[in-house]
Design a protein around this ligand. Structure first.
Ligand code: 2RA
Length: 392
């Protein structure tokens, strides 16, 4: 069993340690969760009598594993935890928070009695189980793209638009209804974490985003293949090209999602455009994007150019960002030290730097940013867990 997680973790480029570690309550650092979110439960830690029954669908994947790490680290209060996966992994056992869990196959029955289900098992599985969750009174927090643009489904970044999910709360014994809340795409989350504070102050009129996306966005197998290819190429062997069908090590290429033949935009770029409009609840922002896969492991980088309605100096932009929740400003011109993918790995905050006035725009109506965020963490698992926290 330990072998299962160890091999899975190494495949995902993750340390199995955070998931396995036995934690001593008194030695724990203060949880990242603010007091207000502890709300009705009034507890300080994990397994909590009367807490919500939580299920993780897709627990063996890179994001599934990160759910467990983040739930542990944020002291998420839960009554019971169910580990769900495909039939292939059902029956496997592993340790989490001092208990041995047996992975169950995700079926309709497995969701019986569940209060909150964190899904990261792919869009088709989410589509299959969305209505099941609704019928069974489960609040599904879905990491796939299945329901992101569905009308009535909140698409939420808790620091950006928590109001979108204000009507959905976990209420055991109070007639809890099933609901779906969608986690935005990783590139959207990371971009909007940085842009929203500026948008609130000076209103973004147009944005141009260029992404540098890590292997993790394509899953644990892509991370493993990048590692394999690095070795193979250095050893002069032909690289294994199972995932992307091409050399990824020492290379980069246009994002691997489908390309719309009429416009030339790929799906990843269109997600950024459509999701931003939904999250900001506006049709007034012009957005264009170019999404690229680069050979980094688990953090995305994005270059963002903003055209603003109101003037904003780079000093004010820096000041706003340094006070924004979930943001760390990394911007040292003297040392040429700015955000890097490695610098945000396993970190909660999105790093923002290269904050500067766009010299091609008149007045102070243009701002340039360079942003990095851990794709598996804030780009996926952490954002979903923050949504779950807001349900309590
Ligand atoms: C990526 N869209 O390709 C994915 C992550 N959600 O990086």
């Amino acid at each position: 069993m330990a072998a299962f997680l160890a091999s899975k973790a190494s495949m995902a480029g993750l340390s199995a340690k955070p998931v396995h570690r036995a934690r001593v309550a008194s030695a724990r650092a203060a949880p990242a969760r603010p007091a207000s979110r502890r709300g009705a439960l009034q507890v300080s830690a994990k397994k909590t009598e009367g807490g919500p029954i939580v299920a993780i669908a897709g627990v063996t994947g890179a994001v599934g594993q990160e759910f467990l790490t983040v739930l542990s680290q944020r002291d998420f209060p839960y009554g019971e935890m169910k580990m769900l996966s495909s039939a292939r992994s059902a029956g496997k056992k592993f340790e989490w928070e001092g208990e041995t869990y047996t992975i169950e196959e995700l079926t309709e029955e497995s969701l019986e009695g569940v209060d909150i289900a964190l899904f990261s098992a792919g869009g088709d599985i989410s589509k299959q189980y969305g209505s099941v969750c609704m019928e069974k009174g489960v609040i599904m927090v879905d990491n796939s793209s299945a329901f992101r643009m569905t009308e009535g489904v909140p698409l939420v970044i808790p620091e950006v638009n928590p109001e979108a999910m204000a009507h959905v709360r976990w209420g055991k014994g109070k007639g809890q209804k099933g609901a779906i809340i969608a986690n935005p795409n990783c590139s959207t989350i990371i971009a909007l974490m940085a842009i929203t504070p500026i948008h609130k102050k000076a209103t973004v009129k147009r944005m141009v985003v260029s992404t540098y996306q890590a292997a993790s966005g394509a899953g644990a197998a892509a991370m493993a293949e990048l590692e394999t290819q690095m070795r193979e190429v250095l050893e002069g062997k032909p690289p294994t090209t199972t995932i992307f069908g091409r050399q990824y090590a020492f290379n980069l290429f246009s994002h691997n999602s489908g390309v719309d033949l009429a416009t030339g935009y790929n799906e990843e770029e269109l997600k950024l455009v459509k999701e931003t409009a939904k999250i900001w609840n506006t049709k007034d922002v012009a957005i264009t994007a170019t999404c690229v896969r680069v050979p980094t492991m688990r953090a995305h980088a994005e270059s963002i150019n903003l055209e603003l309605v109101d003037e904003l100096s780079e000093a004010d932009a820096t000041e706003i960002l340094s006070k924004a929740p979930g943001i760390t400003v990394v911007d040292d011109r003297v040392k040429n030290d700015f955000p890097t993918p490695l610098g945000v790995e396993h970190k909660d905050n999105v790093h923002v730097g290269r904050i500067r006035q766009d010299i091609s725009q008149k007045g102070q109506r243009g701002i340039e940013l360079f942003v990095c965020g851990d794709q598996i963490r804030k780009g996926a698992a952490q954002n979903a867990v923050q949504i779950a926290e807001a349900l309590l």
